[in-house]
Design a binder for this molecule. Structure first.
Ligand code: PEP
Ligand code: MN
Length: 337
């Protein structure tokens, strides 16, 4: 339920009502706005009845949150949420670029790629140490050694690092080495992992599952936020459809839909979304134009020697052109690169 307070209600009034909400076993939410304060009560809404808040002198009105996801819904939190990845902001007026290789392969590969993406204006560095591959025979990532390389290079070049976590048991280890977690498409509904990440204080980039609906994605985000971590960034990375011309079908409809229904920032992954290097820039432009808050893009110092996803990775020169080409689209959408 959403409880809208009267304009004259004070912080003390809000605190008293929040305590009442908590006393009946509901999760209280405090959402101060510019004109008035909105409170939330999450859980079994029948419990709210006993408080008779509708007749409280400070309460203007009470309305139910109709969406199945509550905390991540725009109804519960009308203003955009901004998420800070180690000093790089995602959301609001920003258009954030997270760039780097699919996988951490060696200190040299990571450093060369990281220097190139930093010099071209990327805000965060990506690189997978744990790779969830479709085939058990494909490169699985360097594991802890990969985390160490990523951390080292991230410090050297001064870019916060983003990396995937695939196991609940690895959350505390990955947390030590990275500025933000990535949850991959294959793990979007790994609810134990989502709950563990909800206990962390570091941001989570939650990628949409390849056969997940947007509502599934928002409910997965709700798992993380309801455990206490509000720093979630959603990521559209393409879904499986009957179309086989490209690796995935990049569902850009999801961007305006998510913007309308949720306050969380949303970024796009045009690398996995298309699977084809030549289509990365056109779809990145489209993502900027339709209101995304940023991009996560695969860049490799030498894509032809990449151990994973080389065919969809940009080389440093291509990444430079990519940044130049997307800039007008970012500006036209009212954001800053
Ligand atoms: C990746 O980012 O390299 C990756 C494996 O992505 P996804 O989970 O979207 O397939
Ligand atoms: Mn990849």
């Amino acid at each position: 339920m959403i409880i809208i307070l009267k304009p004259e209600a004070t912080k003390q009034d809000a605190d008293e009502i929040l305590a009442q909400i908590e006393s009946v076993g509901l999760k209280p939410l405090y959402m101060p706005g510019t004109e008035r304060t909105v409170l939330g009560a999450i859980g079994d809404e029948r419990k709210l009845g006993s408080l008779h808040l509708e007749s409280h002198p400070c309460v203007d009105r009470i309305t139910p949150i109709l969406t199945p996801y509550k905390l991540v819904s725009r109804e519960s939190h009308p203003a955009d949420t901004l998420v800070d990845i180690g000093g790089a902001m995602v959301g609001g007026k920003r258009f954030t670029i997270i760039a780097g290789p699919c996988a951490v392969e060696s200190p040299e590969q990571m450093l060369l790629t990281a220097q190139a993406v930093r010099d071209t204006g990327a805000h965060c560095l990506r690189g997978g140490a744990y790779k969830p591959r479709s085939s058990p025979y494909s490169f699985q990532g360097l594991g802890k050694q990969g985390l160490e390389i990523l951390h080292d290079v991230s410090e050297k070049v001064g870019l916060p690092a983003v990396t995937e976590v695939i196991e609940t048991e690895d959350v505390s280890l990955v947390e030590k080495y990275a500025a933000a977690f990535q949850v991959g498409a294959r793990n979007m509904q790994n609810f134990r992992l989502l709950k563990a990440l909800g206990k962390s204080r570091k941001p989570v980039i939650l990628k949409r599952g390849m056969s997940a609906t947007v509502e599934d994605l928002l409910l997965a985000a709700e798992y993380i936020v309801s455990e206490g971590n509000p720093k979630v960034i959603l990521c559209e990375r393409g879904i499986r459809t009957f179309e086989t011309a490209t690796r995935n079908t990049l569902d850009l409809n999801a961007i305006p839909y998510i913007k309308q229904h949720s306050h969380l920032p949303v970024i796009v992954d045009p690398s996995h979304g298309t699977g084809v290097r030549e289509y990365v820039t056109p779809m990145a432009k489209a993502a900027a134009a339709c209101g995304a808050d940023g991009l996560i893009v695969e860049v490799h110092n030498d894509p032809k020697s990449a151990l994973s996803d080389g065919h969809q990775s940009l080389d440093p020169d291509q990444f430079m052109r990519f940044m130049d080409e997307i800039r007008p689209f970012v500006q036209a959408a009212g954001k800053e690169l």
